[in-house]
Design a protein around this ligand. Structure first.
Ligand SMILES: [Ca+2]
Ligand SMILES: [Ca+2]
Length: 177
């Protein structure tokens, strides 16, 4: 496992703990879904529902696979174990990535403009400077747009314990600064 992957996972844990009580539970994922959907007003109800469902699935997968002490919530220690068994999360992360990236492309042209990308990432809890570094690393076109596919792959890479030196590392660097 790469140290960068551990840092990425630790950052996501703090963001996913939407109610800030130090552990992950179903409420966190409902809150996160509300926050993200609130920035996706141009998307269809179906697209918004898909995002919420992907968060629900994310939580269900976590509590099914990682609740080592069986207390019904996921601690940071339990969460970081996800990097040891990435194959258990691959499909869940892929669906989350597709659902989130789709919210970035409400008109369905396959492209995501920076302002909406930033709104969605801020809703998740990332910081604006880090978000801009990430967007730049995705190599936007002359109209400052990235491909939906690029973001989907970027999210998957972020959760890949064997990846380092990827665009997603900009999110961690920004969080430390
Ligand atoms: Ca929590
Ligand atoms: Ca637990």
């Amino acid at each position: 496992m790469r140290a960068e992957a551990t840092q990425r996972v630790a950052l996501v844990f703090t963001l996913l703990d939407a109610n800030g009580n130090g552990v992950l539970e179903a409420e966190d994922f409902a809150l996160m879904g509300d926050r993200v959907v609130a920035q996706a007003g141009a998307s269809t109800p179906e697209a918004q529902g898909r995002l919420r469902a992907s968060f629900d699935r994310y939580w269900t997968t976590l509590v099914t696979e990682l609740d080592a002490n069986g207390d019904g919530v996921i601690s940071l220690e339990e969460y970081t174990a996800c990097v040891l068994t990435p194959e258990l999360f691959e499909a869940t992360i892929a669906e989350f990535a597709e659902a989130l990236a789709a919210l970035g492309d409400p008109d369905g042209d396959g492209l995501i403009e920076r302002p909406l990308f930033a709104d969605l990432m801020i809703a998740i809890g990332f910081r604006r400077p880090n978000i801009d570094h990430l967007f730049d690393a995705f190599e936007p076109d002359a109209d400052d747009r990235i491909q939906v596919r690029t973001w989907v792959e970027g999210i998957k890479d972020y959760y890949d314990p064997n990846k380092a030196g990827i665009p997603g590392d900009h999110l961690v660097a920004a969080a430390v600064a």
